[in-house]
Design a protein around this ligand. Structure first.
Ligand code: HPA
Length: 285
């Protein structure tokens, strides 16, 4: 089943397609979303870039640490062409679900087949440290909205797209191998998407920990649900920027701390992304 419903009219995707084809002649099949403070893939070769503000229908990226720029090119000479979104749209910014899914809709209309999402998240495991990276194995949706399609069509049924495992096994394998080869410890766990924008109370953190959650964030879940419903292969990596639960009580955090730690952990994130993308299938499949 194609990742892109070909009838989808998406003016931003059309503008982007024109721009990308004019520069590099090849549309990206892999898209990466960089969350708060995460800096990676800055040197895409043969690529170009465009501000979100120059794309029709794109809301403004309002959150500090989110640049609001899309750039494209190859991250390795033999790797697939890749599109990188620096910053995303959150429900807590006051966006509706449609706006929060602006990037996913644009990627789908462009024919993107693989979606690699990154985010900053609070860790709930006492033995984890700020700067650790976590492969998202599963998620809990506590944002109060469901972005996946309400019912599976026969085609989706056949493809298993309504299934309970939206995180692509092959991508998880690529990232795990990349981590092993680079000697980077990669955690694996369950991510919960909360609405935010405030951080959690200790009671909430204890509740979440008890519920099987390892990392807490305010994004990603709707993007995963929608992209998966559209037939994309999806994977997500969290940068644990703070440990939200401590034996002694409240663990204060701030957006600045989140951005600073994510920046500091970006070299590891970069290594994993680059290595995994380099061995990703370069053709639509
Ligand atoms: N909670 C929710 N979202 C977050 C956190 C947190 O502790 N850290 C980074 N994003």
């Amino acid at each position: 089943m194609p990742a892109t419903p070909s009838h989808t009219h998406n003016p931003a995707a059309e503008a982007l397609r024109e721009r990308i084809l004019a520069v590099s002649g090849e549309l990206p099949r892999v898209a990466v979303v960089l969350g708060s403070g995460i800096k990676a893939l800055e040197d895409l070769v043969q690529g170009g870039s465009i501000s979100y503000g120059d794309l029709p229908g794109f809301p403004e990226a309002t959150v500090a640490g989110h640049q609001g720029v899309l750039s494209w090119g190859r991250s390795a000479p033999d790797g697939p062409p890749v599109l990188v979104a620096r910053g995303r749209f959150h429900l807590y910014e006051g966006h509706g679900l449609g706006e929060a899914l602006t990037l996913v809709a644009c990627f789908a209309a462009l024919g993107v087949r693989d979606l690699v999402l990154t985010n900053a998240a609070g860790g709930l495991r006492a033995d984890w440290r700020p700067g650790d990276l976590m492969l998202v194995a599963d998620h809990l949706n506590l944002q109060g909205v469901q972005a996946g399609f309400p019912g599976a069509t026969d085609a989706q049924d056949a493809a298993g797209l309504h299934a309970v495992e939206p995180y692509d096994v092959a991508w998880r394998g690529r990232l795990s191998r990349a981590a092993m080869e680079a000697g980077i410890a990669l955690r694996e766990g369950v991510y919960v998407g909360l609405l935010g924008p405030s951080y959690e109370t200790m009671a909430e953190n204890r509740f979440l920990l008890f519920s099987g959650v390892d990392a807490v964030g305010m994004s990603t879940v709707p993007e995963v649900a929608r992209a998966h419903s559209l037939g994309m292969r999806v994977v997500a990596l969290s940068c644990i920027t703070n440990i939200s639960i401590t034996p002694t009580g409240a663990a204060e955090t701030s957006h600045q701390e989140v951005v600073d730690v994510a920046k500091a952990a970006s070299a590891h994130m970069e290594t994993l992304l680059r290595a995994a993308i380099a061995v990703a299938p370069s053709r639509q499949g």
